[in-house]
Ligand binder design. Structure first.
Ligand SMILES: *[C@@H]1O[C@H](CO)[C@@H](O)[C@H](O)[C@H]1NC(C)=O
Ligand SMILES: *[C@@H]1O[C@H](CO)[C@@H](O)[C@H](O)[C@H]1NC(C)=O
Ligand SMILES: *[C@@H]1O[C@H](CO)[C@@H](O)[C@H](O)[C@H]1NC(C)=O
Ligand SMILES: *[C@@H]1O[C@H](CO)[C@@H](O)[C@H](O)[C@H]1NC(C)=O
Ligand SMILES: *[C@@H]1O[C@H](CO)[C@@H](O)[C@H](O)[C@H]1NC(C)=O
Ligand SMILES: *[C@@H]1O[C@H](CO)[C@@H](O)[C@H](O)[C@H]1NC(C)=O
Length: 467
């Protein structure tokens, strides 16, 4: 997720050279969706940056996995306590700011301050934009865009992690080796593909959570990064990142270790308005507490080679009940394939041998419609003529997972609105060998429960409406 906002900025900057960098300062990265009317959704200018940021993320996913393969340092989670308690945080689409991620509201520090963080299952670090006072009295440069900024000196629970600790030297991601004096804070430096950076210090901090009983409590011992400099306006419309990945230091690992070893989220439609939110829940949910629902269940693969990503085993894909002929190596981690479920990727990415087969099967069913050219997609259609073509029906895409679980996304999740009257097959390809990624658009309008203790992924269709 690290490169995402930078890319949006990069694109805006170079596609709109008339905009000066100072107008970016004030505008931040609030790239409004273009809408014809409040009731219709059009986002012709929205998908390209989104796709390019997905591309950057794919590079990052590949390099992370490559690094893991070279590293035998495995993550073994601590034992999970059983509990009937749960806590929830509102989660909603960030589309109103022009990004393809979901935002979650989190309260950090003592007294607790609210922040809007990107919910990222591909991230092991939680960080917030931060402004520190230096002993010499110099304040750090203010972040632009009116973002909320965390001020550590105003939080009584803030405790920097020392650079001489084992945590800093061995465990924390992107920690630097520099350690002028043992008490100096542990520094991180995220490198971007373009050479820009995000820098900050790690600390032990608390978050305030609201339990399902309604009582508020604190979650202590979180590793929270205080990002004081992100050059290149890399981080746009959010206040930071909530690390939901599978790793020692992630928020998800700590919170789920206290709350029953599981967490879940329901993603509203990715174009839902700002005021429509759903829940990110740690602890038992409807699936675990009610016998009413019958979710689809598939093994959750917590393979250290794919850490911090959550992986699933696809068995096959069907279009209109017809099983597609995709080489099985595509779904096999040991053959250089495999599939991750990622909340930080928007469009679903299939390794090339699967992409070709799936897209060709879908496009065959839509062959009666006039095609339109619309980068970066291979298949786009003039949808205004669909009523005049009763012989064309929308093909049904189903992902079949290990354990008879089936994901039957609504057609809007894979034949997506791209412009007024234009829909495209919203799947992209990744080079082979490579990992496939189930993005957040394909995950929308479903509840996803990550049971780390039982190593199960449970999911079910849902409108994700809060009651
Ligand atoms: C942020 O980092 C950049 C380069 O990484 C540096 O040029 C700049 O001075 C830094 N800004 C602040 C406020 O520390
Ligand atoms: C909520 O907090 C109150 C006051 O601290 C306590 O009396 C009550 O038992 C708590 N409720 C639950 C369900 O834990
Ligand atoms: C973080 O602080 C808590 C006290 O709030 C302490 O119990 C815990 O050991 C600390 N964790 C780390 C990693 O320093
Ligand atoms: C959300 O905002 C829209 C207007 O932007 C309004 O019509 C709608 O009723 C609001 N929905 C909720 C759940 O508040
Ligand atoms: C797929 O199979 C289901 C159940 O067997 C059937 O109801 C449906 O009509 C089939 N769809 C197509 C497009 O053949
Ligand atoms: C789609 O077809 C309609 C009717 O033929 C035409 O008016 C419209 O311009 C077409 N739209 C695009 C994006 O090509």
């Amino acid at each position: 997720m690290r490169q995402l906002q930078f890319l949006v900025f990069f694109l805006l900057y170079f596609l709109h050279p008339s905009l000066s960098s100072s107008s970016f300062q004030s505008q931040s990265l609030r790239y409004k969706l273009h809408r014809r009317s409040p009731h219709r959704r059009h986002h012709a200018f929205h998908l390209k940056p989104l796709y390019l940021s997905d591309l950057q993320r794919q590079h990052w996913i590949r390099s992370t996995i490559k690094r893991n393969l070279a590293n035998s340092d495995n993550y073994h989670p601590t034992c999970h306590q059983s509990t009937s308690e749960a806590f929830e945080m509102p989660i909603g689409s960030g589309a109103y700011t022009g990004i393809g991620q979901y935002f979650v509201r989190v309260r950090v520090g003592t007294p607790a301050k609210p922040f809007l963080l990107v919910a990222d299952t591909g991230s092991d670090l939680t960080w917030v934009k931060c402004r520190r006072h230096h002993s010499n009295g110099i304040k750090e440069k203010k972040y632009s865009g009116g973002a909320r900024v965390f001020k550590p000196e105003q939080s009584s629970s803030w405790s920097p992690i020392g650079c001489s600790t084992d945590l800093c030297k061995k465990t924390l991601p992107f920690a630097l080796a520099t350690c002028p004096v043992p008490d100096s804070p542990c520094v991180y430096d995220y490198g971007y593909s373009d050479g820009s950076r995000a820098k900050g210090i790690f600390a032990n901090e608390s978050a305030t959570i609201t339990l399902s009983s309604g009582n508020k409590t604190k979650l202590h011992g979180l590793v929270v990064g205080c990002t004081t400099n992100s050059s290149g306006l890399s981080f746009g419309s959010s206040d930071g990142v909530l690390g939901l990945g599978y790793s020692t230091t992630s928020f998800a690992s700590l919170a789920s270790s206290i709350f029953g070893g599981l967490f879940s989220y329901c993603l509203v439609d990715h174009l839902a308005p700002r005021n429509l939110s759903s829940l990110l829940t740690f602890g038992p949910t409807i699936f675990t507490s009610l016998v009413l629902s019958t979710p689809h269940i598939t093994p959750l693969i917590l393979d250290s080679r794919l850490s911090p990503f959550y992986s699933v085993s696809v068995k096959y894909i069907s279009v209109d009940n017809e099983t597609l002929d995709i080489p099985s190596k595509v779904w096999d981690i040991n053959s250089g394939g495999g599939t991750i479920l990622d909340s930080g990727t928007s469009l679903t990415v299939l390794a090339d041998p699967a992409y070709k087969v799936v897209v060709s099967a879908l496009s065959r069913k839509l062959a009666g419609l006039p095609q339109v050219k619309m980068d970066p997609f291979d298949y786009c259609y003039n949808w205004t003529s669909i009523k005049a073509k009763p012989e064309v029906h929308i093909p049904k895409l189903v992902l079949h997972f290990e354990g008879a679980a089936r994901l039957e996304p609504p057609s809007k999740s894979y034949i997506i609105d791209v412009a007024n009257g234009v829909k495209c097959i919203g799947i992209t390809s990744a080079p082979w060998p490579g990992t496939s990624t189930i993005g957040n658009i394909l995950q929308q309008e479903h509840v996803w429960e990550f049971d780390i203790r039982k190593k199960q992924l449970r999911f079910e269709h849902s409108k994700c409406q809060q009651h």
